[in-house]
Design a protein around this ligand. Structure first.
Ligand code: ATP
Ligand code: MG
Length: 327
């Protein structure tokens, strides 16, 4: 499998001076073609910021202060605006967290879909229209022609989300970044969309960065998982080791707080406390105030770096939950 995306030591800041938000603080990850990488973490952890930074779509207040983003061998941070326009929509596409807001409110849905196709492909308007309708149908929208002739405000949130997905998928991207793509959807629709994403990764060998706070979605979808907290990755591993041998106390806490059908007696342990203020982030581990495993080293040393404790399993912690025994 080929490496599709590499993010190296990425730092993102919002604003300047004393009120600067330290949204990402040295995030590194790689995605291979055909794999689904789930990024999971609480609200405000920096998930959308990472997605927007990769896409080159940070709002004006945001800037990448350090690090690299390499897609298919191309350095995206130093790519020209024209190069980015060529890549976005075709090779790299994104489903935004707030689909309704991401669509153009004054343009018919059909025109928005066709525009993506016509910008990147040398096809007639009729062919673009056909492709757009087929894509909407494939995503389970019942009356594609009506949808194409609608403005986003007249569609439900779930419909907008699927329109957004259609726009993102119609040109068969090599990399799809999906930021909470199923959050407003009912369970059956959610399952359908996730299946569609799985097909994309398997059949078209696409790399998918799937952002979610839902551990159920992670368990169902991910090949690899990254757990992010206060703008830093705390743990990354393949999905089974992440669930079965989670090492970071934060990952462990996230897993404790989800109900399990096969263990209804289990005491759910909600994670106490709140994430830190991202303006006044401490030098030490940001999870320290909420950590049940903290030792004195955690209080005196700077935030631990990610370290590989087993092939493919990295953790940033001075006192992991359980030592991994290799035989
Ligand atoms: N435009 C902005 N200006 C200033 N701060 C911002 C901006 N966008 C995001 N932030 C801050 O950056 C941090 C990371 O936000 P981000 O939206 O990436 O979190 P998230 O993990 O996507 O959360 P959620 O699960 O709620 O979507 C937060 O502290 C947030 O307040
Ligand atoms: Mg977000």
């Amino acid at each position: 499998m080929a490496e599709t995306l590499r993010v190296e030591n990425l730092h993102v800041r919002f604003g300047v001076g004393e009120d600067q938000v330290k949204a990402l603080n040295g995030v590194s990850l790689t995605l291979e073609s055909g794999e689904v990488y789930c990024l999971v973490g609480e609200s405000g952890a920096g998930k959308s910021t990472l997605a927007l930074a990769i896409m080159g779509l940070l709002p004006v207040a945001g800037s990448i202060t350090q690090g690299r983003v390499i897609f298919d061998g191309v350095d995206l941070i130093h790519a020209s605006a024209e190069q980015m326009r060529q890549l976005r929509g075709k090779d790299i596409s994104m489903v935004f967290q707030d689909a309704q807001a991401a669509l153009n409110p004054v343009q018919l849905v059909g025109a928005q879909l066709e525009e993506v196709i016509l910008t990147h492909m040398d096809v007639s308007h009729r062919v673009a229209n056909r492709m757009a309708q087929d894509m909407l149908k494939e995503l389970g929208l019942p009356d594609p022609r009506r949808i194409m002739g609608s403005y986003p405000f007249s569609l439900s949130g779930g419909m907008c989300q699927r329109v957004m997905l259609a726009i993102a998928l119609v040109l068969k991207p090599k990399l799809l970044i999906a930021d909470e793509p199923t959050s407003g959807l009912d369970v059956t629709l959610q399952a359908e969309i996730l299946q569609r994403l799985t097909n994309l990764s398997v059949e078209q060998n696409a790399a998918i960065l799937l952002i979610t706070h839902d551990m159920g979605v992670v368990a169902h979808m991910a090949k690899r998982v990254g757990v992010i907290y206060a703008g830093s990755l705390m743990e990354s591993a393949d999905v089974i080791p992440l669930f079965k041998e989670s090492q970071h106390p934060y990952t462990w806490s996230l897993l404790q707080s989800i109900p399990r059908l096969d263990d209804v007696e289990k005491n759910l342990q909600p994670l106490r406390g709140t994430p830190p203020n991202m303006v006044t982030l401490p030098e030490e581990c940001p999870f320290l105030p909420r950590c049940h495993k903290a030792i004195s080293r955690c209080r005196v040393e700077p935030k631990p770096a990610m370290e590989e404790i087993k092939p493919g399993h990295e953790v940033a912690c001075y006192n992991p939950v359980a030592p991994i025994v290799t035989v």
